[in-house]
Structure formats: structure tokens, C-alpha cells
Design a protein around this ligand. Structure first.
Ligand code: HEM
Length: 246
């Protein structure tokens, strides 16, 4: 075996190990953090009024928060537009990415293909806007810390390498799919020998390791916010509200 083949085999093995480690850390970290939210006692009803009076109404309110960010809309229209476009583009990209992980490919992934052409660019631009905003406005500059910049840079680099792969240095998608399906079916094979794909993939693994332990977890935490997910009835009953117990 030549030195380059041996080094490639070593690299592939480490990458595959890292992929499984990142997947376990992501799933375990999410379960640990979200269970922590569930187990946190909420001794007093603290729903934000005006509030819906039923559980179904509270669920609709949370769904509204997730889909249209109404509080942000009231507070800052420019930030709302940037944040909403950022999340919508990310959703489009990730839904389209299902084609690399699933067989057969779900219809929604195929249906989004025409708009996904633009979603990558829009997402990259939204990352740049949100990054610029943190630096350009005195108040956000003062409030921003390293984690805020880190998350945007990481996502921006993932988008950048993805766009380069799609429009400039094409990767053979059949090899990509064989690699991801190999990982998912626990029969891993070597990744495509394509530097940009390897960087894109390594950055995604870094994101998976970082996600559950960072402020990006707002994506899950939003469902556990007691001021938003409690119906007004809880307040009226004046009962001690202890959340779910295990
Ligand atoms: C947070 C996770 C991810 C983000 C934000 C992301 C972002 C992007 C973007 C913006 C593009 C260019 C536009 C597009 O094709 O949609 C892209 C392309 C690509 N991504 Fe990702 N990606 C992610 C995860 C992954 C993962 C886990 C894989 C592993 C298979 C992957 C493989 C690819 C490939 C192969 C392309 C090129 C597509 C083509 O040539 O048509 N991405 N990615």
C-alpha cells in the first residue's frame, strides 16, 4: 500500500469515527438539554398576557412564534426581515439536502429544487447581513460576544463551501449519497475524495457538536418557553405548575 493510500485510509477512518461521534453528541446533547427544560419546575403560572385560554390555543401561539417571529417583528423590522429570510432559506436548503440522505427522495425535496438554486445565495447573504449588523450598530456591537460571531461564521462557511461545490467545483453526487447512506446504514465507506466536500462535511460535524451546547439551541428551546406555552387557564386556576415529572 502506498503512503498516500495509507494516509487516505487513515483520514477516512477518522472522519467516519468523527461523524458517528458528532451524531451521538448531537442526539445525546439535544436529549439532555431538552429533558433539562422539561424537568425544570415552574412553580408559578407565568404566561404572557393576552394569552390563549386553551392548550390548543397555546400550541397555535407557539407555532406562530416558530413560523413568523411576531415579537421580533414588533421590536425591529429590519432584523426581523433578515432573521426570517435566514431561517426560511436554511429550511429550504436542509429540506433539499434530504436528497443526499434518503432513498427514495421525498417529494418536498424534489419540489424545492427550483427555489433551492437561490436559497444557498440568499442564506449566505443573510449570514453576511446578520454578521454586519452585529458589528455596525453600536448597541448590538456592545451586546455581541464571541459565540454570536462564531455561529454566523460557521454557518456562513458551510453555505460558502456548499455554493462553491454546487456552482464551481462539482462533487459527484452519487459518491456523496453512497457515503451518507453508508453512514446511516452502519456500513460506512470512504468519503468522496473532494476537498470542498470534505471541508463542508467537517464544518457540519463541528456544527452538530456545537449546536446542543450553544445558543443555537433556541431552535428547540422555543417550544419550552413557559411564558408562551402556558394557556391563560393555568393562571386563572392559580395552581402550582410543576411541569412534567420523571
Ligand atoms: C447545517 C447543515 C448544512 C448546510 C447549512 C448546508 C448548506 C449548503 C448550501 C447553501 C449548499 C449550496 C446550495 C444547495 O445545493 O442547496 C450546499 C450544497 C451541498 N451540500 Fe450542504 N449543507 C449542510 C449539510 C450538508 C451535509 C450534512 C452534507 C452531506 C452529505 C452536505 C452536502 C452537500 C453537497 C454534496 C452539496 C452540493 C450540491 C450540488 O452539487 O448540487 N451538506 N450545502
Amino acid at each position: 500500500m502506498s503512503t498516500s493510500t495509507a494516509l487516505w485510509t487513515l483520514f477516512s477512518t477518522i472522519l467516519i469515527g468523527l461523524a458517528y461521534f458528532a451524531a451521538l453528541a448531537f442526539a445525546g446533547g439535544l436529549a439532555w438539554r431538552l429533558t433539562g427544560y422539561l424537568r425544570t419546575p415552574m412553580p408559578w403560572p407565568i404566561t404572557q398576557t393576552p394569552a390563549p385560554t386553551s392548550d390548543a390555543g397555546a400550541a397555535v401561539r407557539v407555532a406562530g412564534d416558530v413560523l413568523i417571529f411576531p415579537a421580533l417583528f414588533k421590536a425591529d423590522k429590519a432584523l426581523w426581515a433578515g432573521a426570517w429570510i435566514f431561517h426560511a432559506a436554511l429550511f429550504t436548503i436542509l429540506t433539499r439536502h434530504l436528497r443526499y440522505f434518503t432513498y427514495p427522495v421525498p417529494g418536498i425535496s424534489l419540489a424545492l429544487s427550483p427555489v433551492a438554486l437561490w436559497a444557498g445565495y440568499i442564506f449566505g447573504l443573510a449570514c453576511l447581513y446578520l454578521f454586519w449588523r452585529r458589528l455596525a450598530l453600536p448597541r448590538t456591537l456592545y451586546l455581541s460576544g464571541l459565540p454570536d460571531y462564531f455561529a454566523l461564521v460557521l454557518l456562513g462557511l458551510i453555505a460558502g463551501t456548499g455554493i462553491l461545490m454546487k456552482y464551481w467545483a462539482h462533487v459527484y453526487l452519487v459518491d456523496v449519497k453512497a457515503f451518507t447512506l453508508g453512514l446511516l446504514t452502519l456500513r460506512p465507506i470512504a468519503p468522496p475524495e473532494h476537498p470542498l466536500f470534505l471541508v463542508h462535511f467537517l464544518l457540519v460535524l463541528a456544527l452538530m457538536l456545537y449546536f446542543p451546547f450553544s445558543k443555537l439551541l433556541h431552535a428547540g428551546g422555543i417550544f419550552f418557553s413557559p411564558t408562551r406555552n402556558q394557556p391563560y387557564e393555568v393562571q386563572k386556576r392559580g395552581k402550582r405548575y410543576v411541569g412534567i415529572r420523571y
